[in-house]
Ligand binder design. Structure first.
Ligand code: F6P
Length: 546
């Protein structure tokens, strides 16, 4: 066991540095170093990271790197990549990187090379995707499948829906692809109301195949199908499963020949590049899915080999620790300037918050420091007209990740701006926002514009708001893969620093168990309610009004 984090020399050196540095302003840091904007940048897997607008100096970065070394980051990374069972509370390896390893790679779990297993499933997914996409997979009545509905929740939904939205440009547009996750019947009803059951394929995606929401939705989807087609035999042509639980899949009535498997060493929130991505593969095709995997692999290789000071996930992870643990920042805003990435912040919420929302160290001691941040955000420029006011002038420190692309997939000239397009307008906002957040506007600047001195304070921007800017050439499947893997590994880096298990999620269990008990109390007979008085009263009121 290593020393408690806050007692390490590396941590205390950072604390001492923080005390003397905390009021330094980005205005002064930039003024003192004209090369700062280019110097504090790093590049990997097609992504350019500008981290110069962070409240750091070379000394800060050196101390953060020392912390990473002191926590054994490289050894922990290598242990994960080797397939060691670093998910201690579940006794499992953590090998999402094997899902995109080169076909010739050897990655062993319990002495077995898992790469051929991965390739076998990918091959079956590809063959199935080709059949569906060319209209050769026929429904029960002989009509080709035109609608694909993924049923899953959490990691069995957020990754596929995020990536489908992100890569819509590359999708086969005559296929309708939808995602049902919420146990609220509205989700299933609204997503199926205009679909022809004869042309609809459901992909039931669930690692465990026991998740209440998914099982309820899958059961109702089957009923919807059978009420139209009237024959149990139709299920085999209209349902496939993605799961690790063959027995439960069979019990549900899906032929295991139509099941695409994965393994317990793939965590739910790290599973979108496993068979859980089947809906995405059907939409964009196996070749583009392969490109996505290549992008993941590019970032894996960068993470595994780039020196720590130039390593993107390491830099982003350590900068997050700097704000979270020293400046006391509670949240991280992720702001993609690309409408296709609308679901990216929601995806990152599970990836980051389910991974690092932990309160004990690996050996079960209460942490004496903050762990994972609240992650939130939405695409720019929309957010600018909603919550950016608080980021610019509010009282909270909110580090932000800006994400943008040099080229758009939808070039549209800007009618009012000859020679420019919508994309230039969009990207001008990225650069303007990070500039405004860093440098702000001082009182003398405001007064020099002739503003009434009584009103001037309202117009002052303190600045010194830290941002990262991630810039890539173009949103391609490969870039998306690299971007997702960047955040996966950033989360890992932070988990190592905080000495927590980023790969379990016991925190979702209690609510699940209680809901299972309460749902039985919502039926007809008056049950003997033994909850607290608030829960009892709410249940009674609901029962009376249902
Ligand atoms: O929310 C808890 C959780 O276990 C997630 O980690 C997981 O992604 C989700 O539920 C869905 O689980 P499953 O794929 O087993 O249905």
């Amino acid at each position: 066991m290593s020393d408690p984090l806050t007692e390490t020399a590396a941590w205390q050196a950072l604390q001492a540095h923080f005390e003397s540095f905390k009021d330094a302003h980005l205005r002064d840091l930039f003024a003192a170093d004209p090369q700062r904007g280019e110097r504090l940048s790093a590049e990997g897997a097609g992504l350019y990271l500008d981290y110069s607008k962070h409240r750091v100096t070379d000394e800060t970065l050196g101390l953060l790197m020392n912390l990473a070394h002191a926590r054994g980051l490289e050894a922990r990374r290598d242990a994960m990549l080797r397939g060691e069972k670093i998910n201690l509370t579940e006794g499992r390896a953590v090998l999402h990187t094997a899902l995109r390893a080169p076909a010739a790679a050897v990655v062993k779990v319990d002495g077995r090379n898992v790469v051929p297993d991965v390739q076998e499933v990918l091959g079956r997914m590809g063959a199935f995707a080709h059949e569906v996409r060319r209209g050769a997979w026929l429904g029960f009545t002989g009509r080709p499948i035109r609608n694909i509905v993924n049923i899953g929740i959490g990691g069995s939904d957020l990754g596929p829906v995020m990536a489908y939205e992100a890569l819509k440009h590359y999708a086969q547009r005559d296929l309708t692809v939808r995602f049902v996750s919420n146990v609220d019947g509205t989700d299933l009803v609204e997503k199926t109301r205009d679909l022809n059951p004869e042309e609809t394929l459901f992909i039931v995606s669930s690692k465990t195949f026991t998740t209440q929401e998914t099982m309820a939705n899958a059961g109702s989807a089957r009923a919807w199908l059978l009420s139209a087609l009237g024959d149990e035999a139709a299920v085999a042509r209209h349902f496939v499963a993605v799961s690790t639980n063959a027995e439960a899949v069979q019990k549900f009535g899906i032929d295991t020949a139509n099941m695409f498997g994965f393994w317990d060493w793939v965590g739910g929130r790290y599973s979108m590049d496993s068979a859980i991505g089947l809906s995405l593969m059907l939409a964009v095709g196996p070749e583009q899915f392969g490109e996505l995997l290549a992008g993941f692999r590019d970032m894996d290789e960068h993470f595994a080999s780039a020196p720590l000071p130039q390593n993107l996930p390491v830099l982003m992870g350590l900068l997050g620790v700097w704000y979270n643990n020293f400046f006391g920042a509670q949240t991280l805003a992720v702001l993609p300037y690309d409408q296709y990435l609308a679901y990216f912040p929601a995806y990152l919420q599970q990836l980051d918050m389910e991974s690092n929302g932990k309160h004990v160290t690996l050996d079960g001691h209460e942490v004496g420091y903050q762990t994972g941040p609240v992650v939130w955000g939405q695409p720019g420029t929309n957010g600018q007209h909603a919550f950016y006011q608080l980021i610019h002038q509010g009282t909270k420190l909110i580090p932000c990740d800006f994400i943008g692309f040099c080229q758009t997939l939808n070039p549209l000239p800007a009618p009012e701006q000859p020679g420019l397009g919508h994309h230039d307008l969009l990207m001008a906002n990225v650069f303007a926002q990070t500039e405004a957040l860093a440098f702000g506007k001082t009182l003398p600047q405001v007064l020099s514009e002739g503003v009434d001195p009584g009103l001037a304070p309202h117009r002052v921007f303190e600045g010194n708001r830290p941002t990262s800017t991630l810039l890539a050439e173009r949103l391609t499947p490969r870039t998306l893969g690299a971007l997702i893997a960047l955040y996966e590994h950033k989360v890992f880096v932070q988990g190592v620093i905080w000495d927590i298990n980023s790969f379990d999620q016991w925190g979702v269990e209690l609510g699940k168990v209680l809901a299972g008990r309460i749902v039985k109390e919502l039926g007809k007979d008056e049950p003997d309610l033994t909850h607290d008085s608030s829960t009892n009263a709410l249940i009674r009121r609901y029962r009376a009004g249902r």
